[in-house]
Design a binder for this molecule. Structure first.
Ligand code: FAD
Ligand code: SF4
Length: 331
């Protein structure tokens, strides 16, 4: 690991000043559960880290003005166990519970979770493997290589790395927004605009500007968020990233017909993936196994499998279908 400076600001204003001065050479340090890993393997080489882990302004959670508001510094474990999240946003709670391990969730934060980087083994292994994300213009070892964990949706000719997080999948399904603060002041963006698909610039993964911090996440309270679920398929039942995941929500009318539906996928795409066409296919009909299966197939339309990851096309479709049917069975 290369030498780096450590800054510990007293409050958010100080943190923002330090980050502004450091620009793209500095990194915010939250729980450090992924940033330090990346520094040890030389993927991240900041001149300094700015420790935001204990800033009181970022550590809060509650429901206000018809929305769930979670400070970016709130620990994942705290958010997962919050009664309002468990009751009114079950997909969000489940996406947090099923991520990482209890030890990690005790340390890791909401903001850090959203901005974690891909687990692509070539990206992390470094030389001799080419990787456009790590070393722009060098090529992509996963294209035509071992791509069993890679994305089948949202990839490009330059990168097919899977976005690994669970929480962002639940948030994108329920129209969450993130509030950010930085050198140019405060702004709000839909979570759908936070992560960038790889295109021909896979090293640019999000739309935050240098010096900007996520300060909080807001999720509108709604009937469809209350009737929601998050299903994650992984190699073992804990401490593993998703091979496929689905966040779903359904509101039904008195006759059982679906009036509102949300579907988002994780583990199969380069960014958290909202499946709007699949949502439309479910609306206006009763929720049946056949309908859920059809929606799962539509959610995976456009998938481009490579050498080893074709199984994700079927797995993604079935994960969506099973997640939807778990809501039908709950009634
Ligand atoms: P840090 O490591 O401190 O930071 C991560 C990145 O976010 C850094 O670039 C940092 O600069 C940036 N950052 C942090 N906070 C902010 C902010 N407020 N504003 C702007 N930038 C910010 N995750 C899952 O979702 N599902 C899993 O199944 C899962 N399994 C895991 C298994 C293992 C073994 C490990 C090590 C991790 C796993 N994770 C999983 C990832 C884990 O959830 C993340 O490491 C964690 O959420 C990162 O949070 P942190 O606070 O530690 O972030
Ligand atoms: Fe790098 Fe992306 Fe290719 Fe992985 S998939 S080797 S992260 S360019």
């Amino acid at each position: 690991m290369r030498p780096f400076a450590y800054h510990r600001p007293e409050n958010l204003a100080q943190a923002l000043d330090t980050l502004r001065d450091g620009g793209s050479r500095f990194r915010a340090l939250a729980g450090g559960t992924t940033l330090y890993d990346l520094m040890k393997i030389g993927v991240e080489t900041p001149a300094a880290v700015v420790d935001i882990h204990r800033l009181p302004e970022l550590d809060h959670i509650g429901v206000a003005g018809g929305e769930l508001v979670i400070g970016a510094g709130t620990r994942m474990a705290r958010a997962a166990a919050h009664p309002a999240v468990v009751r009114d946003f079950p997909a969000v709670a489940q996406s947090l519970w099923r991520a990482a391990s209890q030890q990690l969730r005790n340390m890791a934060t909401i903001g850090g979770n959203l901005l974690q980087r891909t687990r692509c083994t070539y990206f992390r292994a470094g030389a001799p493997f080419p990787c456009n994300k790590r070393d722009p213009g060098s090529g992509c070892a996963a294209l035509g290589g071992r791509d069993g964990g890679h994305a089948v949706l949202g990839g490009s000719e330059d990168c097919i790395a899977t976005y690994p997080g669970d929480l962002a999948v639940a948030l994108i399904a329920f129209d969450a927004v993130v509030d950010v603060e930085g050198p140019a002041g405060a702004r709000t963006l839909p979570i759908a605009d936070l992560h960038r698909p790889p295109g021909d610039t896979p090293h640019l993964e999000h739309t935050l500007r240098p010096g900007e911090l996520i300060t909080r996440v807001r999720v509108p309270a709604s009937a469809v968020a209350r009737e929601s679920a998050f299903l994650k398929v992984r190699p073992r039942e804990s401490y593993a990233f998703a091979l496929a995941a689905a966040a779903v929500g359904v509101v039904r009318g008195a006759g059982g017909e679906v009036r509102e539906c949300r579907i988002a996928l994780g583990g199969v795409a380069t960014v958290p993936w909202r499946a709007a066409e699949a949502e439309r296919a479910v609306i206006g009909r009763p929720l049946t196994a056949a309908g859920a299966r059809e929606a799962g197939g539509i959610a995976m339309l456009g998938a481009r499998p490579g050498r080893d990851n074709a199984y994700k096309v079927e797995l993604g479709a079935r994960t969506v279908a099973d997640a939807l049917m778990s809501l039908a069975e709950d009634r």
